[in-house]
Design a protein around this ligand. Structure first.
Ligand code: SF4
Ligand code: FE
Length: 484
């Protein structure tokens, strides 16, 4: 089997014995939990779309390892064209879910770990590359979802991992055994962890020689002993638990959740270790993973942006304001911003190049420019969407009031916009806008645009390193006829 159907994916998750907590309680059945299920549905979409002939070229490809047909989310990119298709696939998935579909962190970590382990093995004669290939073959053959886990809690940002007051604030090796290592620590903001079969852990920053125990990369099943997932709260999250609040949730079917994932003395067997103490390679791994994930945002956020722009345009139609020139102009501005983000995602892909291991990597400078724009433009797109939507987006009565035998008639009478549009439809589109602008999906669309794949300053550091200012100075001096 190399492609699972969406239903098979859901069933495969039921077999996992995940240790998940939400609102202080252990969730025995995360698959059917009303708050978690929309998030799982978003990942399921990556399986469903791969079954459709229309999307076969985007959603599937041929494995360079096994020669078999695989889901593109498990692919090692073989060309710039592959990188471009990756971004297009992510835009498509964003359009179909209006949420974070979570499976990209795995894909991005595969490509970063593959090329980095190849280079470590060349220098140190280690066996990480073979270990990783074996792991990825297993992932591809079983069409698994893997959570790429990078971000440590980090404690005091002014101190390196080994200098923290609590040594567990960065995930580390606490015991070395003949057959493997035992790790302790946590990974924060883990998108999709409770919808994944495996977790692939990587270091979060470049390391110094005395951070040896922290330079560790590995993979374990998400239900390995010692792993605990604590789901993060999101604005308006408990609406998903309410009865008769289908309109109020805005996006009933899809969503995304993050978790704090604790590794409390988790055993990692030798053949699942991909970096162990080679501190100088931690930075390379981080840089490559971050580069791929910054490219990813030029696809997924654009797809969600498409839905948001569409929702704002529908709201304008329903308000009877669609013909106003300033509304038209605002929609044009939103599209301009969204397509600029897409252009960055495509550009860093088209300028990709082969790594020493053979898989393709994005242009790092352009990927960082892509993500830097994403820390800004979705905020402006949201601002314009709220402008077009009007205040009713946040003051509108609930579905229960709309359906109430006492006050429902007032809601029906006074929430009308264009007379031919059912009030229920107007409520639905405004709730969708609320969901993406400041509800549960805002985690994925707004704040994740700021901090996901690295906060803005991380991109500025990369831009300063990759931007080649010295070359620009030379160009200027030459034109100005200044001798060096
Ligand atoms: Fe994929 Fe975007 Fe979610 Fe990252 S934020 S996992 S790129 S959908
Ligand atoms: Fe993300």
């Amino acid at each position: 089997m190399s492609l699972m159907t969406g239903e098979e994916y859901v069933e495969s998750l039921r077999k996992l014995k995940l240790n998940v907590y939400y609102l202080g309680e252990k969730i025995d059945n995360p698959v059917d939990n009303p708050v978690l299920r929309p998030s799982l549905n978003s990942v399921k979409m990556t399986y469903d779309l791969a079954q459709e002939a229309e999307y076969e070229d985007l959603m599937t490809t041929t494995s360079n390892i096994t020669g078999e047909k695989i889901n593109r989310f498990t692919n090692l990119h073989q060309s710039s064209e592959d990188l471009v298709k990756k971004v297009k696939m992510q835009r498509l998935c964003g359009q179909k879910t209006a949420a974070c579909f979570q499976r990209c962190v795995g894909m991005d970590s595969f490509n970063a770990v593959y090329s980095t382990t190849f280079e470590i093995d060349k220098e140190y004669n280690t066996n990480y590359f073979e270990n990783f290939k074996k792991f990825l073959t297993y992932v591809q053959k079983n069409d698994l979802t893997v959570d790429g886990a990078m971000t440590d809690p980090k404690g005091d940002r002014g101190l390196s991992p080994s200098k923290q007051a609590d040594p567990d604030l960065y995930l580390r090796v606490v015991e070395r055994r003949e057959d493997g290592v035992v790790v302790r620590g946590a990974k924060a903001h883990q998108t999709g962890i409770c919808n994944s079969h495996e977790v692939l852990v990587m270091p979060t920053i470049a390391m110094r020689p005395d951070d040896k125990d922290y330079a560790i990369a590995f993979s374990v099943p998400t239900d390995a002993e010692g792993i605990t997932m604590i789901i993060g709260r999101q604005s308006c999250d408990t609406r998903k638990m309410e009865k008769d609040a289908d309109i109020d949730v805005g996006n009933k079917e899809f969503g995304g959740v993050e978790a704090l994932v604790v590794f409390d003395d988790v055993f990692v067997p030798n053949d699942r270790i991909f970096l162990n103490g080679e501190t100088e390679y931690a930075g390379m791994l981080v840089e490559r993973f971050a580069g791929y994930h910054r490219q990813s945002y030029g696809g997924c956020k654009v797809g969600v942006g498409d839905v948001l722009i569409g929702a704002a345009a529908v709201a304008a139609d329903y308000n009877g304001a669609a013909k106003a020139s300033h509304i038209k102009d605002k929609l044009i501005e939103m599209m301009h911003l969204n397509e600029t983000l897409y252009a960055c995602g495509i550009a860093c892909s088209a300028e990709g190049h082969a790594t020493k291991a053979g898989n393709y990597q994005i242009d790092l400078l352009l990927a960082n420019v892509c993500k830097q724009n994403i820390t800004r433009f979705p905020y402006e797109i949201v601002r314009l969407a709220e402008d077009i939507a009007g205040g009713l987006m946040v003051t509108m009565p609930s579905e229960k009031d709309y359906k109430s035998p006492e006050v429902g008639k007032y809601v029906e009478k006074y929430l009308v916009g264009v007379a031919s549009v059912p009030v229920e439809d107007r409520m639905k589109i405004l709730r969708l806008l609320e969901n993406i602008c400041l509800g549960t999906a805002a985690v994925g669309y707004r704040t994740e645009s700021m901090h996901g794949a690295g906060s803005p300053q991380a991109q500025r550091i990369m831009i300063s390193r990759q931007g080649n200012l010295a070359h620009k100075k030379k160009l200027a001096k030459k034109i100005a006829r200044i001798e060096d």
